[in-house]
Design a binder for this molecule. Structure first.
Ligand SMILES: O=C(O)CCC(=O)N[C@@H](CCC(=O)O)C(=O)O
Ligand SMILES: [Zn+2]
Length: 349
């Protein structure tokens, strides 16, 4: 492989450069590939890629793809790094403007979800809250928001954002996506097809806007955004990347501007859609969470089951079964201890 020493100094690739320089100040640098594609390293772990002048963008789109917003969710980071290496190697050519982000390099180095604050709760302006001032994760969220705004402002065409994660718990549905809530919008069929192409067969519709990265990009930048859960958290080097070829190949196809494959079956036959009915919050000292620590995502609870309580509420599952996603009692007061979901109710059905 050609070594782009201007982009990555002495490091072998983008990921090594990001890990090796997590404690350093890195300046913006620009390089041009032989075909005219321009790559600017805007900041540590953030690359803006612009196709060669005159190259057509058949899907008329711009893409933001992020991974490593949680530092221990390493497989999607390895997938993005592999795609960057392929591009630098000349294996294929870029057709659409692309912003690639490795979210939290210091946490990636430590192999932790975060260092001082969960960065995926600091977007949509939450980094400005007084309690987060001075924290590196708040500064990084602000920097990422600024670079995303600049990217959105300088490109026309549909903006999509895929924020790639892996889950802490085992999951009855290995791959799933979350669609942030924006008043009055529906998931476009093309996006559902893309998820299926990426082997993501389950979609959760959020019921209110939040402070995640994908909530920011959908609400503030008008992007079609998704948080995409691709498997289970594992340390660098311990991922079975053969389980991530769906997202790798689907992203590469979009980066190259190739048309979507023709699906063999209708979307509704392949995509299972849930709606979020409640975000369970750790409400404080009296909060008791009855979901066991080791329960798998999508575990279903029968009507009447008490799932959590505090001094003012005893939450029982309603008339229809509900399933738990992201159960986590170990979160600060005010933050999400889990999502409760149920199969989507189609109006009129
Ligand atoms: O497995 C878990 O408990 C967390 C996995 C993860 O990081 N999920 C994201 C989801 C973000 C969203 O709701 O769009 C998160 O919790 O930040
Ligand atoms: Zn995550």
């Amino acid at each position: 492989m050609t070594v782009y020493s201007d982009l990555f100094s002495d490091s072998a690739d983008w990921l090594s450069h990001t890990l090796n320089n997590a404690a350093a100040d890195v300046a913006e640098v620009r390089t041009e590939l032989p075909d005219g594609t321009v790559i600017v390293r805007k900041a540590l772990g953030i690359l803006e890629l612009t196709p060669a002048p005159g190259r057509s963008n058949p899907n008329n789109e711009a893409l933001i793809v992020s991974a490593g917003v949680h530092g221990n969710e390493t497989a999607p980071i390895e997938v993005l790094n592999g795609l960057v290496s392929e591009l630098l190697n000349g294996d294929w050519q870029l057709a659409c403007p692309l912003l690639l982000i490795l979210g939290n390099p210091p946490a990636m180095v430590k192999g932790d979800r975060f260092l001082d604050a969960n960065m995926n709760r600091l977007f949509h302006g939450a980094h400005q809250k007084p309690e987060y001032q001075g924290l590196p994760e708040a500064a990084r969220a602000r920097q990422i928001e600024t670079l995303c705004r600049d990217f959105q402002a300088s490109h026309s065409g549909q903006l999509s954002h895929y924020d790639l994660h892996t889950a802490i718990r085992p999951s009855q549905r290995e791959k799933f996506a979350l669609y942030p809530f924006v008043e009055g919008r529906e998931v476009p069929a093309q996006q559902c097809e893309f998820l299926l192409e990426a082997e993501v067969e389950t979609l959760l519709l959020q019921h209110k806007s939040g402070t995640t990265f994908s909530s920011f990009s959908s609400s503030q930048l008008g992007a079609e955004s998704f948080t995409v859960e691709l498997g289970k958290v594992r340390p660098f080097g311990q991922n079975d990347l053969s389980r991530f070829t769906g997202i790798r190949d689907a992203l590469r196809r979009r980066f190259r501007g190739q048309p979507a494959p023709q699906p063999a079956k209708a979307t509704f036959e392949r995509l299972t859609v849930f709606e979020v009915v409640q975000e369970i919050l750790n409400s404080g000292p009296s909060f008791v969470f009855h979901v066991p620590d080791d329960v798998a995502n999508f575990t279903e609870y029968a009507p009447g089951t008490v799932l959590w309580e505090d001094e003012s509420t005893t939450y029982r599952v309603g008339d229809e079964a509900e399933s738990i996603v992201f159960p986590n009692r170990d979160v600060p007061v005010g933050q999400r201890a889990g999502l409760l979901i149920r199969p989507r109710h189609t109006p009129g059905a």
